[in-house]
Design a protein around this ligand. Sequence first.
Ligand code: ADP
Ligand code: MG
Length: 372
Amino acid sequence: MMYPNKGYKYSKDMSYKTSGISTDVRSGYTEQQQQQYVKYLKQLKDEFEQRWCAKPRFSITFSELDRVRTLGTGAFGRVVLLKHTKSGKFYAMKVLDKEKIIKLKQVEHTLSEKRVLEAIRFPFTVSMEFSFKDNSYIYFVMPFVSGGEMFTHLRRMGKFEEPLAKFYASQVILALEYLHFCNIVYRDLKPENILIEKNGYLKITDFGFSKILHGRTWTLCGTPEYLAPELILSKGYGFSVDWWSFGVLLYEMNAGYPPFFANDPMKTYERIVAGKYRCPSNFNADLRDLVRSTLQVDITKRFGVMKNGVMDFKNHRWFTGIEWEAILNCKFPAPFVPKYKSPGDTTNFERYEEESLKPAPYCRFESEFSDF
Ligand SMILES: Nc1ncnc2c1ncn2[C@@H]1O[C@H](COP(=O)(O)OP(=O)(O)O)[C@@H](O)[C@H]1O
Ligand SMILES: [Mg+2]
């Protein structure tokens, strides 16, 4: 069995065979399968580390790209759709305003975002095609993910049918497993940052808060409804915060709203820290059990963090029937495929007011951004 090569530059020896290992889904994901998979993850991590240390090489240049329209906006700038004139391919370009990055004290985070984007390669994460800076802005160019944000589809559908929620949840688990294996903590999991490919599979975007982590960290960052209790309590935290956010996402996909929310973020935090939420009546016993195991305030009892790691998820009853390797290979038919007419079709994205970029006539914050 080959792991996917969806236009990503896996080297040839990244192919992986599971011959001789039972793939009977009723018996769950076996220890043996996981051991084999960890060997594959080790190869991916080696490749990640090589790219992390190497100077990136890009196959396109800025002048070959034409701006089409805005796809999203954020705290530091916007993301615009670009067309590569030579190949007809489409790209999404995140434009970050240096001045705003400085004002919000995000230079370190932005550098980390750039380096992580350059080094990661996994079926369910975006990655960097090209980066660039001018007098006023920093630019990150990624492949365009045309299906739009999970957020848009979730709000439109109200909530996801269980098979769709399972399909998405399994990919998020595999993506977090990969990132954590590479020592990357993601810290901003939420439906706005999860994009849907034209084949219906996911791509996690926005590595603005992700960083390489050995041991613990203390930075308060993320989105209120998705923050883990240990992060709110400034306890010093690790990869556990991503599994908590996964629990919030799991709940929200199935309910249509997040487990902890209030008009006032302080109230939201109080509820998170108390671990107080209620499951809607459509949650079955397996789902309730999985949510309870993930939204565990006590990190020593939280799924993903305990000694069995990701295997607690892979073998949980709610995932019965999920073939983890078929998901990884994008061989399982997606329960929902976004409408998509032609390459560069942006109907899955909201409309934003356009604004032209006006780089300053002199280089701003040159020394602060010298590593970019
Ligand atoms: N590769 C991409 N393809 C398509 N749309 C994208 C891509 N990357 C980001 N976007 C869109 O731009 C929005 C903002 O990008 P993001 O990296 O999340 O910025 P911010 O840090 O401001 O939240 C996303 O929520 C998504 O709608
Ligand atoms: Mg974002």
